[in-house]
Design a protein around this ligand. Structure first.
Ligand code: ADP
Ligand code: ZN
Ligand code: ZN
Length: 688
């Protein structure tokens, strides 16, 4: 009360003190404030993303009874009353109790029941069966003794020493190590050393790589000192892990997805960001739209911890920082155990089609290689960066394409269930039988998705066991892991998938990889298209021949003369980097300049238009030519809201705090006008 922050704040009475000891550490709060400030959102939005539901009671929180709770504990009168009510009703909203006990009374009661394990807060994604299995797996597979990590190879040992050298005078090191070089082993040794010195480690991974495969590998070395934090974890486990981190015996190592940057750490000494280039580190929706890699670097700095970014295909952002000396750079360019890098062959499908050497989407050389691999009991991966059956339908006569009524994007044809699906909002539609425009009944399928590829492969290889891995077949963690396990254990011969198959798979018997439709990746309307295509192709190629035998990769494209394809063939990251940086320089795109997207949403199309043009002219008064738009984004309407977008392209030298302050001021100014009151604003800072 004596240190009221600044003028303009009114002091309110505290309603109740819920926790005996703080549930947040000061570093967490500073990090969250940094996120809210940097990514232009509210601290409330950050808290919402960061805290498990059981730790942020709101009046909308729903309590459920724990039927297995220990009822012999002594309860206060109020606690007993709430419990009795809960027994009768099974679920209760905090808001309902509020009426009975008053806001001041209710929170401590609920908190006490939660602490005594007699009730839970319902999770948003309720899937108790799944998370129970996950815990069970994690605990039962812990191996009793803790064997030492495998010894490093000579090259790995040298790399580890180089990283330690970098850390002597710099906070961040980029490890550029080819696929299969054993980066994970190097991490394991660094983690082990950090634990010996009493430090904690945070090991960040893209969502999908966080598989049983890797967790088992880490658990074998770190046993019960390892904690796992992923998005499918139940709320109860989240709360438990959180509390454990605050206790006197926290986990030494946390391996987790992007949201683990929010966890409490008392003695964080090392952060590893594996596959640092991966786009899933950036949260797209909802706010906070933060980048977990960049946030992790801030977190490391706050703790005085070191940060190691590892990948076979660095993001241009990180590589540039390394080139400029901001990060140390360490290279590991050979695979572990004399395994050779795969041989990559470009296949010009336009030419082969002309020579009648294509069957559907598959070239003769690819099909032949697949056949002989299958004869030798080896496995095949086919990669196509597009899910569904056919990207779209088109009227043969007038060119009409079915679109989502809520989002205005073309629908994707899904064969399973015979429906059209919107990949933005998930709405499904019946497949039209005739064109509503011209009544023509000839609707043709355009392009190929993974589903269509699966169907054709199954026809071409009737004996083979074929599986598909994409968003549609991996809705649950269990589905994903069982697909993966079948492939690992040789129960699947051919695995077809989207970029999910490119991520971190370490499977012995994959000898052939096919990359289908490389052109479409390169034609994607995004300034990062070439970088992304290089990363995906190099990563998926890296799945081939990870043991004794050299792998073979077929890279199919209509135009194989594109420079990125040549760079993938030669494994020449440096050439890709230099060429792409030239373009980024020319257009002031990141990492040369910075981008901030300003989004405005309104249910009324004309209000959205007016608002956007008013905001754009206000911005132009300050930022002049740095303002692009307003524009109607490719997906111009989502869930009935019309979206408008303004792009700010800012040079590096510009002071960002001032820019952010100005953006907030202008937003407030515009929203104060009655006609725009129901508009929504949000930002994407460093869109990725
Ligand atoms: P990366 O992450 O760089 O792609 P991994 O760490 O998955 O590579 O290593 C590739 C394979 O080589 C894995 O199967 C791993 O177990 C094996 N490997 C790498 N280094 C060692 C080592 N020092 N001792 C034993 N096996 C290793
Ligand atoms: Zn038509
Ligand atoms: Zn939609």
């Amino acid at each position: 009360r004596d240190d009221c922050p600044e003028a303009g704040f009114t002091i309110k009475e505290a309603l109740a003190l819920l926790d005996d000891s703080p549930v947040l550490l000061p570093e967490q709060l500073s990090l969250w404030r940094w996120i809210a400030d940097y990514y232009l959102c509210s601290i409330g939005e950050v808290c919402k993303a960061a805290l498990p539901s059981g730790m942020k009671l709101e009046s909308e929180s729903v309590l459920i009874l724990n039927a297995e709770g220990d009822t012999s504990q002594s309860l206060s009168e109020g606690e007993a009353e709430v419990l009795a009510l809960l027994r009768k009703r099974k679920t209760l909203k905090v808001a309902e109790l509020q009426r009975r006990f008053g806001l001041r009374g209710v929170l401590p009661l609920v908190k006490a029941l939660l602490d005594k394990g007699l009730a839970f807060v319902r999770e948003e994604v309720r899937d108790t069966s799944r998370h129970k299995t996950a815990t069970h797996l994690a605990e039962s597979e812990g191996i009793p003794q803790e064997p030492l990590p495998s010894p490093l190879s000579e090259a790995q040992g040298r790399v580890k020493a180089e990283i330690e050298g970098v850390f002597r005078d710099r906070g961040v090191c980029l490890l550029h190590g080819v696929t299969g070089s054993g980066k994970t082993e190097v991490y394991i040794h660094l983690i082990s050393d950090t634990l010996k010195r009493g430090g904690q480690v945070l090991y960040l991974l893209p969502e999908i790589v966080l598989t049983a495969q890797l967790v088992d590998r880490l658990r074998r070395v770190f046993g019960t000192r390892l904690g796992v934090y992923h998005s499918k974890l139940g709320d109860r486990e989240r709360v438990e892990l959180w509390k454990r981190q605050l206790s006197s015996e926290p986990y030494g190592v946390i391996v987790g997805v992007r949201s683990s940057v929010f966890l409490p750490f008392r003695s964080l000494r090392l952060i590893i960001v594996d596959e640092e280039h991966d786009t899933s580190f950036k949260q797209q929706e909802p706010a906070p739209r933060y980048h977990a890699r960049d946030t992790a670097l801030v977190l490391a700095q706050m703790h005085g911890a070191k940060a190691l970014l590892g990948t076979a295909t660095p993001s241009l952002e990180s590589y540039r920082n390394a080139q400029e000396g901001k990060y140390g750079l360490v290279r590991l360019m050979e695979r572990y155990g004399q395994v050779e890098m795969p041989e990559i062959v470009a296949v010009n499908t336009a030419e082969l089609r002309h020579r009648k050497e294509m069957t559907g989407q598959f070239s003769l050389p690819l099909l032949n290689a697949m056949r002989s691999a299958l004869e030798r009991q080896e496995q095949v991966i086919l990669f196509r960066n597009r899910r569904g059956f056919a990207p779209s339908l088109e009227c043969h006569a007038c060119g009409w394409v079915p679109r989502c009524l809520r989002c205005d994007v073309p629908l994707t044809l899904h064969r399973e269930g015979q429906r059209m699906v919107c990949h933005y909002c998930g709405s499904t539609y019946a497949v039209p039988t005739q064109c509503p425009n011209c009544s023509c009944q000839q609707l043709v399928r355009l392009g190929y998705g993974t589903e269509r590829i699966e169907e054709e492969i199954q026809t071409l290889f009737p004996e083979a066991r074929v599986a598909r891995m994409d968003q549609d077949t991996t809705r649950t963690r269990r589905a994903y892991e069982s697909l993966l396990r079948d492939f690992e254990q040789g129960r699947t011969d051919i695995l077809i998938g989207t970029q999910m198959v490119a991520k971190g798979l370490d499977i012995e018997r994959v000898s052939v990889v096919g990359i289908l439709g490389a052109d479409t990746m390169l034609a994607f309307p995004d300034f990062r298209a070439a970088e992304r295509a290089f990363q995906m192709m190099a990563q998926v190629s890296g799945r081939a021949g990870r043991r004794e035998k050299k792998g073979l990769v077929f890279l199919q494209a209509k135009d194989t003369s594109q420079s990125v394809i040549g760079q993938v063939l030669r494994g020449d990251y440096e050439a890709m980097y230099l060429e792409q940086m030239e373009e980024r320089e020319l257009f002031q795109y990141p990492p040369v300049g910075r981008l901030v997207y300003v989004f405005m949403k309104h249910k009324d199309r004309s209000v959205a238009d007016l608002l956007a043009s008013e905001m754009a002219s206000l911005l132009r008064a300050d930022f002049a030519g740095r303002v692009l738009g307003p524009d109607t984004p490719p997906v111009s309407m989502v869930r009935l809201y019309h979206i408008r977008k303004i792009v700010l392209k800012l040079e590096r030298g510009l002071p960002m705090p001032a820019v952010r302050r100005r953006l907030r001021q202008l937003q407030d100014h515009v929203l104060a006008q009655p006609q725009y009151r129901s508009a929504l604003f949000y930002y994407d800072v460093d869109p990725y």
